[in-house]
Ligand binder design. Structure first.
Ligand SMILES: [Zn+2]
Length: 131
């Protein structure tokens, strides 16, 4: 079940858990590994995103500068981009796909025969003969 896309609900840490997490990382950011300074905004980050099969357990969480976490989530090749891609691959795997927009694809009204004739798929009528 852990591989299901987006199956685990997010769960906030209690203040005590937050302190325990911060201390177990010796106050370092789990992304850039620099110390989180007093007064710097930090969040508890899911190291493996929930939507990629990560869990809410403390061993999958670490403190992260807010800025580092935003870059990890929203950046190019960030978590959101990887999550969207994993979802597309999964949908493809189970046979869900976007219809093709290519003019004579199987999803279009017309087909082009190997001899170049353009044929209406519904009526079988030749729309345009190849020269
Ligand atoms: Zn950082």
């Amino acid at each position: 079940m852990s591989e299901d896309v987006g199956s685990t609900p997010r769960k906030a840490l209690t203040p005590t858990q937050r302190l325990k997490l911060f201390e177990s990382w010796h106050g370092c950011c789990c992304i850039c590994e620099r110390k989180i300074q007093a007064g710097e905004a930090w969040i508890d980050e899911h190291i493996r995103p929930l939507a990629m099969g990560g869990t809410n357990e403390l061993d999958n969480r670490g403190p992260a500068h807010k800025a580092c976490a935003d870059a990890k989530t929203h950046g190019k090749d960030g978590d959101l981009a990887r999550i969207a891609k994993a979802k597309r691959i999964k949908m493809r795997h189970v046979g869900i796909r976007k219809p093709s927009k290519f003019p004579t694809s199987r999803d279009s009204r017309f087909k082009q025969k190997i001899n170049g004739d353009l044929v209406d798929r519904r009526t079988g009528e030749v729309i345009r003969r190849a020269k």
